[in-house]
Design a protein around this ligand. Structure first.
Ligand code: RIB
Ligand code: CA
Length: 308
């Protein structure tokens, strides 16, 4: 199988960092473009972090700045989890300069040059850049093979009782992506809770060589254990979206109809995910259900070993 061409839109972000390392270490993927969006921290930090992380891998991949804020409403960061600079306060060597331009334009340019169904979009931050690209030129959706999103939850949220952080940050953008007509795969909080990184796993990686692996350990160790998940570790939300593309056999999944609450009350950003076929008409997503956690972390360790 030739490597799958992908675009990664991210808001690094401690778990985004692990996802980027995993993607850039995986021969199954051809990362054509990395775009940054304001999310876990401001765009100044997410862009710097994306450049630095790609730079550490030695891969020559364009990194382009995108939206500073959501389509509607104010920008809200999440420094409690990711630290003031988005990667746990860790300082990385500066990466190559960002490629000039704007993420949503670069995404459209890449799609326009692609064949039908050629490009996979991976969204692991607020969906603003993806939503802007699709709203600006909807016809380009036919160049998309699949859109894989870390977003949403069918039970409780993590930033509000109702909403997961990425969906909550820009629900209008998510609504655009969910209605674009192309295959959308969802890695929700219920799935990513099965990718819980423990201090034991980090300790096992620590003695092993590689600047990327050591940086991953530093970043992972900087994240407070998730109280929501019993304080046993930190969920590797974003790496789940990448792992689906490189090892789909680690997952089970089901068709589901997903929509997002665009009201401005306590439910804003809640993803309403019908797992049982009660919604008339076709489903619009593939919902990832279960993950082989041991195999996930074995594969992650294997891929980190392949990086510098
Ligand atoms: O809710 C988890 C998601 O929000 C992850 O993508 C994390 O990086 C933050 O962006
Ligand atoms: Ca993220």
């Amino acid at each position: 199988m030739p490597p799958r061409p992908i675009i990664i839109d991210c808001d690094p972000g401690t778990d985004d960092a692990i996802a980027l390392f995993l993607a850039l270490a995986s021969p199954e993927l051809d990362v054509r473009l990395v775009t940054a969006v304001g999310g876990n921290v401001g765009l100044d930090h997410t862009l710097r972090n994306a450049r630095a992380l790609v730079g550490l891998t030695g891969k020559s991949i364009p990194v382009i700045a995108g939206a500073e804020r959501p389509m509607l409403g104010a920008f809200v960061a999440e420094p409690r989890v990711h630290g003031h600079n988005g990667i746990g306060g860790i300082t990385l060597p500066d990466g190559p300069p960002a490629t000039p331009g704007v993420a949503s334009d670069a995404i459209r340019d890449l799609l326009r040059a692609a064949a039908p169904g050629e490009i996979t979009l991976v969204g692991i931050g607020p969906a603003t850049n993806l939503g802007l690209a699709l709203a600006t030129e909807p016809a380009l959706a036919d160049r998309i093979a699949e859109i894989v999103l870390m977003t949403g939850a069918w039970a409780e949220g993590n930033v509000t009782p109702a909403a997961e952080f990425n969906a909550w940050n820009d629900p209008e953008a998510l609504a655009i992506v969910l209605s674009c007509g192309r295959p959308v795969t969802l890695a929700t909080l219920e799935l990513t809770a099965q990718a819980l990184c423990t201090p034991t796993w980090i300790a096992a990686q620590r003695p092993l060589p590689g600047i990327c692996r050591q940086t991953a350990c530093d970043i992972l160790a900087s994240v407070p254990p998730s109280k929501r998940l019993g304080g046993r570790g930190t969920p590797q939300h974003d790496a789940c979206a990448i792992m689906w593309l490189i090892a789909p056999d680690l997952f089970t999944h089901r068709p589901a109809y997903a929509s997002v609450d665009l009201t401005h009350g306590p439910g804003r950003g809640r993803t309403v995910i019908d797992r049982w076929g009660k919604t008339p008409g076709p489903t619009n997503t593939t919902l990832l259900d279960t993950l082989d956690s041991a195999a996930f972390f074995a594969k992650l360790a294997d891929r980190l070993a392949a990086l510098p």
